[in-house]
Design a protein around this ligand. Structure first.
Ligand code: F3S
Ligand code: F3S
Length: 105
């Protein structure tokens, strides 16, 4: 799966959402999340992010390793959402994201 790391926090450019053929990029309050059960590893999202927030799971920089856990765990407590378009925003961010200092625009 691909993972969305720290540069997305408080930015949420969403260029990635338009590229995903399976609609598996979900919106949280402060970050977008890729559902690992739905991502088909096509890689289309990765090059379009203007802040290079998206990485293949094996390539997530070590300082952002917690984001691999975040994208996995945020969906563990939800019933299978089955596509971001119909799901609406996630109710809360993962604690890894919530504890990031707020970035000013
Ligand atoms: Fe975030 Fe980049 Fe997508 S900032 S919403 S991962 S295009
Ligand atoms: Fe979607 Fe492909 Fe990225 S399935 S999340 S665009 S790797």
């Amino acid at each position: 799966t691909y993972v969305i790391a720290q540069p997305c926090v408080d930015l949420k450019d969403k260029a990635c959402v338009d590229e995903c053929p399976v609609d598996c990029i979900y919106e949280g309050p402060r970050k977008m999340y890729i559902n690992p059960d739905e991502c088909v590893d096509c890689g289309a999202c990765e090059p379009v992010c203007p802040v290079e927030a998206i990485y293949y799971e094996d390539a997530v920089p070590s300082e952002w390793a917690g984001y691999l856990t975040a994208d996995r765990e945020i969906f563990a407590s939800l019933p299978s959402p089955g596509g971001a378009g119909g799901a609406g925003p996630l109710p809360a961010d993962h604690p890894v994201v919530a504890k990031e200092p707020v970035k000013e625009p």
